[in-house]
Ligand binder design. Structure first.
Ligand code: C2E
Ligand code: MG
Ligand code: MG
Ligand code: MG
Length: 286
């Protein structure tokens, strides 16, 4: 009797595995076609600076809508792209799109906008990223300081020495560096002080829990204080309410990112968002 149960369990397990593997394969194949068919787009989310009531930076976030699969979340297809060797093509696409879009946006504005592009660990460690950034910048009339890359702790865990070396070269180009999703990985304080980066982004998990759990609020406050002590700017991700914004501002957080300010939106909507902010400020001045 126990044999049949075991056998059944095994069958169930393998069927589930099979489903996962099939989905992965489907995503991999559709992604290859999707890149050619230009199904991928880039959305922009503002980083709001409460001290100045301004938005001078945004994050570029990939979106993919496939006719067969529908919208696929970046968390899913980025992982597939990393495993199937498509991350380099994907990375090049976002970088060029973001730089083109933001150069165009900046032609129409007084204050220059900076754009942050996510770079996966594989790209940073195994592709000629420094040359790619340099080349992408040379195609645009965009100052290098208006580009920022966001990396996660996984890259530091994989190969800290190489990561530091590459990041130093990137910063020599004048490009800024942010450490994304801070607090979710192996956030060692020893790592942080030695990391060539000017910005730390507190993961949305802590931010969202800070009004629920006292410990998380204390943690967020400490991360902000620590970032300041290390002379790094600090961003809070996942800010969805005014209460969060007010508390984070009180703690001295430099930038606020989240649905409370704006979700990630296409370039034209982002441009309208900036116009609305400017006219709201003018109304206040009158
Ligand atoms: P991330 O870099 O940490 O990006 C922030 C994520 O939080 C985005 O998810 C954004 O839409 C979401 N978010 C922003 N504000 C809020 C909020 O108030 N509440 C909640 N619940 N979420 C908020 P998204 O766009 O789904 O991207 C997920 C992850 O996929 C990114 O996390 C990043 O790691 C990766 N990713 C996205 N675009 C790219 C890309 O072009 N290249 C690479 N390598 N990775 C990317
Ligand atoms: Mg990011
Ligand atoms: Mg993040
Ligand atoms: Mg993330």
């Amino acid at each position: 009797k126990s044999k049949t149960v075991k056998r059944g369990e095994f069958l169930f397990y393998s069927a589930e595995m099979n489903e996962q593997a099939q989905r992965r394969l489907l995503v991999e194949n559709q992604l290859r076609k999707g890149l050619e068919r230009e199904e991928l787009t880039v959305y922009y989310q503002p980083l709001y600076q409460p001290q100045t009531d301004q938005v001078t930076c945004c994050e570029a976030l990939l979106r993919w809508n496939n006719p067969e699969l529908g919208p696929v979340r970046p968390d899913e297809f980025i992982e597939v792209a990393e495993e199937s060797g498509q991350i380099e093509a994907l990375g090049q696409f976002v970088l060029n799109r973001a730089l083109t879009d933001i150069s165009q946006l900046n032609l129409q504005r007084h204050t220059p906008m900076q754009v942050a592009v996510n770079i996966s660990a594989k790209q940073l460690l195994y592709s000629p990223i420094v040359e790619q950034l340099q080349q992408a910048l040379s195609h645009q009339s965009l100052d290098a300081s208006l580009l920022k890359i966001e990396i996660t702790e996984s890259v530091l865990i994989a190969d800290f020495e190489t990561a530091v070396m590459v990041l130093r070269q990137i910063r020599q180009l004048g490009v800024h560096v942010a450490l994304d999703d801070f607090g979710t990985g192996y956030s060692s304080l020893a790592y942080l002080s030695r990391l060539p980066c000017e910005e730390i982004k507190i993961d949305k998990e802590f931010v969202q829990n800070m009004l629920i759990h006292r410990d998380d609020e204390n943690l967020v406050q400490s991360i902000i204080a620590m970032a300041k002590a290390l002379n790094r700017r600090v961003v809070a991700e996942g800010v969805e309410t005014l209460e969060h914004l007010e508390k984070l501002t009180l703690f001295g957080c430099d930038y606020i990112q989240g649905y409370y300010i704006s979700p990630p939106v296409p370039l034209d909507a982002f441009s309208r968002f900036l116009d609305d902010m400017a006219s709201a400020r003018n109304d206040e001045d009158l």
